[in-house]
Design a protein. Sequence first.
Length: 377
Amino acid sequence: MAIERFSFPTTIHFGAGSRKMVGDHLRQRGIARPLIVTDKGLARLPVLSEFRDGLGGGLAVETFADVAGNPTAAQVMEGAAAFRKHRADAVIGFGGGAALDVAKVVALMGVHPGHVIEYVWDHPNVRPITDALPYLVALPTTSGTGSEVGRSSVVSDDTTHVKRIVFSPKLLAQAVFADPELTLALPPLVTAATGMDALTHNIESYLSPAYHPLCDGIALEGTRIAARALATAVREPSNLAARSDMMMASMMGAIAFQKDLGAVHACAHALGAVCDLHHGLANALMIEPVMRFNLQAAPEKFAELAHVVGAASAEAFVPWLAALKSRIGIPAGLGTVGVLREQIPALVAIAEKDICHQTNPRPCTAADFTSFFEQAL
């Protein structure tokens, strides 16, 4: 397929084989010492060494591969130390959402003082981002978070395990190389969980009551694309068309949630903090109870979502979600992935404080969050 180029919100090179353009792209900009930021799992796979070898000559490349699971502030600070030790002049984010989120703030902390937590948006003495960040390119290897086109980074506090957000347009990658071939080796459950993350981003951003018609259009189309492609990508992992569709839906969801998200993500963030649950899987397990709760607050929007996914009515949208999850192998409930009923109070306490539910179409109380987690068990 052809390599398309467009800017929304940054320059995106989209298509099979686009990863092979990165070396020339960097050399043309005078970059000589890039640092690849990736995760421990990818570091052991041929895909990373093939990418690194394919960058070509004239580049002194170093790799920081200590990102694991839900990324932590400590990982960021270790990455920033690796950036300075290498005397790097650029960062290449290569991986799923965790690696890409860490890559953004490694670029930030490589040239700024202090600790990354001091740059989160709600820190009482938040530090300003004063200096230009090093050149950053992003290559997603999953189709879920859309972090490659995002202007925020989510990292966990090492002490509380609560997810904290650094937000600034300065975190945007200067160039994205979205190559669906990088997702061909993903196992079915990872494809399913990350795909549900992308779908949830599109759905929740569309349902957000904030006014942003541009994002509404993107979110609806992203929902339609994910609805047609996700089951195929899980069932036929080498289907490049389905992989391309999911990579596009993932980016569209991340662009759309400039409009903000909802209570599904508040619950998922709590599950990440308390249970270290994979973010996409957490969204998949929480989406049904929250959507049932939201239906009465936004019936017209649910009708539109039902239309784009091929469900018969607004009321049929949540059963459609349940059927999709069953088809792609999402576990039956939180209990099947080790979440315990006695953890619900801790989960509720974190979800209630999470900023995401402030743009849920229907206000949520602690009792509502308790109900969501109980239903999801």
